[in-house]
Design a protein around this ligand. Structure first.
Ligand code: NAI
Length: 349
């Protein structure tokens, strides 16, 4: 399907799209700045093997806008952006990330970049060679990003359970964690710490068994986790995992996890709602690292991880209560609420 770029930018309310092509490193990518009304735009770098340029373009627009939604719902004086880099074998990645740093530096503080899928500590260190506007992976950065995200997910699970049952009652709860990476393993540990039963799966069998042995949790084969009866399903691997085939398999009451864009399409949030499953919107649940990074860059301080959890829990609680009062699926409600708040922000004198 054709994508009309200027129409897509106008429809989504974007400020700017930068197409990046660097002959020296072989880098090709896009930077989308969605909103800087209240402050600089934040958003990490996704390096991914996109099948086509259009796919990368759609992704950068979707992810950049979602970053603004996170900022607006959390009341941050900041907006959203995203950078995507098309992954292929011919790229000199060190040179590519240094070039990305130059592009970011050229934005003169309008855009702060950071980690995302495919961009970790090593890549961030390369970017930091050419720009100051990056979330550094060393002790000169905010630190504890995965911890902040995991604590936010934990608080979101707690808020969802309180919303349904008036209490967390951890010792009675089973949480299924999909993906035992940086965030999933910390989340599993946090849940074990309060006495919840944790069941987990990861496609990386070695990683899964290491974490399972350390935390003494039960593992199931990757993909079987969708069928495990539980209170909470916590997707902490990839996005797009809830679709026509997977939604009917879920045997949980709550979905709340770290992955971005868990719903393949908005209708899958409606399908969960129709089945009586509470879907905690991913762009609220997983905003812990953003909160930590924004406090560091905007205010020069490291927001304590517990405060991050409290803030995400409270924000989610308010959204769930309002969505319920209107009888609407939480994901739809949160999206519309973010857009309404953004419109108010933009029209303020
Ligand atoms: P990670 O790369 O450390 O961990 C992901 C884990 O999921 C890996 O162990 C991988 O083997 C596993 N996995 C991949 N596909 C799977 C599948 N189909 N089934 C089961 N396991 C699978 O990533 P990280 O940092 O833990 O992030 C997890 C998710 O949360 C990602 O989608 C990320 O975009 C999102 N996120 C992470 C944030 C952070 O602070 N790290 C912030 C906001 C969102």
């Amino acid at each position: 399907m054709d994508l009309h770029v200027l129409d897509a930018l106008a429809r989504g309310g974007f400020e700017q799209l930068v197409a990046i092509s660097d002959r020296r490193s072989g880098l090709r990518g896009f930077l989308a700045i969605h909103d800087t009304t209240a402050g600089p735009a934040f958003g990490g770098i996704r390096r991914w093997s996109y099948r086509a340029e259009n796919e990368a373009l759609r992704d950068v627009l979707r992810l950049g806008r979602a970053m603004t939604h996170k900022c607006v719902l959390l009341g941050l004086e900041a907006g959203g952006a995203k950078l995507v880099a098309l992954d292929h074998a011919d790229v000199d990645w060190r040179a590519a990330y240094r070039h990305i740093g130059e592009v970011v530096e050229g934005m003169a503080g309008r855009y702060y970049t950071g980690p995302d899928v495919g961009t970790g500590s090593e890549e961030l260190a390369w970017i930091a060679e050419t720009t100051q506007y990056v979330t550094r992976p060393d002790d000169r950065g905010p630190g504890q990003l995965a911890e902040s995200t995991a604590e936010g997910v934990f608080a979101a699970i707690a808020a969802s359970l309180r919303h349904l049952d008036g209490e967390e009652d951890w010792s009675r709860r089973t949480v299924v964690v999909q993906g035992l990476g940086a965030v999933g393993s910390l989340l599993a540990e946090r849940l074990c710490g309060v006495g919840a039963t944790v069941v987990a799966a990861d496609v990386d069998a070695q990683r899964a068994s290491e974490v399972a042995a350390r935390l003494d949790i039960r593992l199931v084969d990757a993909s079987a986790e969708l069928d495990v009866p539980c209170d909470v399903f916590a997707p902490c691997a990839l996005g797009g995992i809830l679709h026509d085939l997977s939604v009917p398999r879920l045997a949980c009451r709550v979905v709340a996890g770290a992955a971005n864009n868990v719903l393949a399409k908005p209708i899958h949030g409606d399908a969960l709602h129709a089945r009586g499953v509470l879907y905690a919107p991913d762009f609220v649940v997983n905003s812990g690292a953003l909160l930590r990074g924004a406090a560091f860059h905007l205010e020069g301080r490291r927001e304590p991880v517990e405060r991050i959890g409290e803030r995400i829990g409270l924000t989610l609680e308010e959204l769930l209560t309002s969505a319920e009062a209107e009888g609407r699926p939480p994901a739809r409600f949160a999206f519309d609420e973010a857009e309404a708040r953004l419109a108010r922000r933009r029209s303020a004198p």
